[in-house]
Design a protein around this ligand. Structure first.
Ligand SMILES: C[S@@+](CC[C@H](N)C(=O)[O-])C[C@H]1O[C@@H](n2cnc3c(N)ncnc32)[C@H](O)[C@@H]1O
Length: 485
């Protein structure tokens, strides 16, 4: 472990007031060392100069750790460009890098600290320039709505961290390496589609490390993000394998684990879409395989998904807290459990005043599946779904709040709806969703892309399960294994 003596003294004072605006969530020494341990430049001989990029440099800690690692690997000539928009940090960066010069007289270290918004840098000036980039970019929604036509690929990147990664990646030479720590959100979802497609087409990912605990990576700052470290190679070569490791936080002695997977089992391409799955174990990876190999999908089976139409704060006049024969119960997140609608008398229950609206879309009278859009963090399962069937429910009609999704189909039968609910609530799909997205949110777009069994298998499952007096995940999983073989 190294020590930056300026780190503790000088950063403390000013950090708090700019922290939010500039996303100044700084790496500590062990995170910086962890990132630099991924450095691997097999195509560069020891006497060549390494060109290093540190974008959003903070106090320069990532460059500091990278230089120490490069010295260990036998490199002596290093040139660093550090972009840091906050000029009050420049003095600290300089003193930190000067320490390295003093402590390593044999080192030929040159550096330039640049006070520029990295997102406004002229890409032509830095394109294909660097051998290595090590970055901990700021995370915030992108005000610039950054677009860049790289190799004719239009990018529409919605968060600064992805823009930083894309620009740093473009700035690499062929065979250059990008090491980044960022939220894992770019691995799935429509917001990051263009960015993800671009990265996957232009690089191969060598390693990913997942921090399971959201809060313990940036200890001093309570960042609520699931973070991953990614090491990418800018190359069109194919890779056969990828290493994925996990730890709860930066204490790697406690629960560090790693597995090597076949590349095509982790980086998936479906039509024009690319996804990065992040399984926590070989058995989770097996679940991905099973789901990916299923022959049908939501669209083929003619299932449709919509978000519950009731937005209480927008339709106050239509909402009452009194039960009456003219009022329809509004189901919310807390009313939906796996295989169960949980409606007990509660003063917070709300109802739709049916007499005061003619909008039939606000009322659900047909068989459907109700599914939580957000799973509570403490819940063991990502997907929580149940069937609504007016003939088997206390309610002939319901209204559905917008924190729930509704899966529906023309002529949906109870057994088919039950079969699909079993599939969604199963361990198999829990594993699948967990590997696909780190958030507890289940989006409509992800649901619609889901591979599922054929309609016949789903109906068969529903028939088998409806014979049980009590339906729970254990019996469901047993029957799913029988159906899927
Ligand atoms: C998450 S911190 C990381 C700092 C350092 N690399 C580390 O790991 O401790 C991001 C840094 O980027 C800087 N920054 C934010 N927006 C920037 C921009 N548009 N251009 C350049 N630097 C920026 C912030 O001032 C902050 O120091």
């Amino acid at each position: 472990m190294f020590h930056l003596f300026t780190y503790a003294n000088e950063l403390e004072g000013f950090v708090l007031d700019k922290q939010k605006d500039l996303c100044q969530f700084f790496s500590n020494e062990s995170l910086a060392c962890f990132l630099s341990d991924f450095i691997n430049l097999p195509n560069i001989s020891k006497d060549e100069e390494i060109k290093l990029l540190d974008a959003g440099a903070g106090d320069g800690i990532l460059s500091f750790a990278a230089v120490l690692k490069l010295i260990k690997l036998g490199y002596k000539n290093i040139d660093i460009k550090l972009y840091e928009i906050d000029s009050s940090l420049h003095k600290i960066i300089k003193s930190n890098l000067n320490i390295l010069k003093i402590q390593n007289p044999e080192l030929n270290l040159n550096y330039t600290v640049i006070k520029k918004d990295f997102l406004k840098v002229n890409i032509k000036l830095i394109k294909n320039h660097f051998d290595l980039a090590v970055i901990n970019p700021p995370y915030k929604k992108n005000k610039h709505s950054f677009r860049y036509d790289a190799n004719k690929v239009p990018l529409n990147i919605s968060n600064d961290y992805a823009s930083f990664m894309a620009l740093a990646f473009m700035a690499l030479k062929t065979e250059g390496q990008l090491i980044s720590i960022s939220p894992r959100s770019f691995c799935s979802g429509t917001y990051f589609k263009d960015f993800r497609d671009y990265l996957i087409q232009e690089s191969y990912i060598e390693n990913i490390h997942i921090f399971k605990s959201r809060i313990n990576v940036f200890k001093k700052d309570s960042i609520l993000q699931e973070n991953i470290v990614c090491s990418l190679r800018k190359s069109h070569k194919c890779s056969k394998s990828i290493e994925i490791s996990h730890s709860k936080d930066l204490d790697f002695n406690i629960d560090y684990s790693k597995n090597i997977y076949r590349y095509q089992n982790i980086i998936k391409s479906q039509n024009d879409n690319h996804f990065i799955f992040l399984p926590e174990s070989k058995s989770q990876q097996k679940s991905i395989e099973i789901v990916e190999n299923l022959c049908s999908n939501m669209e083929k089976n003619e299932y449709m998904v919509k978000t519950g139409p009731i937005v209480p704060f927008r339709m106050k006049k239509l909402i009452s807290n009194k039960a009456s024969e003219h009022n329809i119960p509004i189901l919310r997140l807390k009313n939906i459990e796996a295989f169960k609608i949980n409606w007990t008398s509660d003063k917070n229950n709300t109802y739709l005043k049916k007499k005061e609206t003619k909008d039939e879309r606000l009322v659900q009278k047909d068989i459907c599946i109700l599914l939580r859009r957000f799973a509570p963090k403490e819940n063991q399962y990502r997907i929580i779904a149940t069937v609504f069937n007016p003939d088997q429910s206390n309610f002939k009609e319901i209204a559905v709040e917008n924190h729930l999704n509704i899966i529906y189909k023309e002529n949906f039968t109870h057994e088919e709806a039950l079969g699909l609910t079993c599939i969604l609530n199963s361990y198999l799909y829990d594993d699948y969703f967990r590997s696909l997205c780190g958030s507890t949110q289940i989006n409509k777009s992800e649901l619609m892309k889901l591979n599922i069994p054929s309609t016949n298998s789903i109906k068969k499952l529903g028939r088998l399960i409806s014979e049980y007096q009590e339906i729970n995940r254990v019996v469901v999983n047993k029957q799913i294994s029988n159906i899927l073989g």
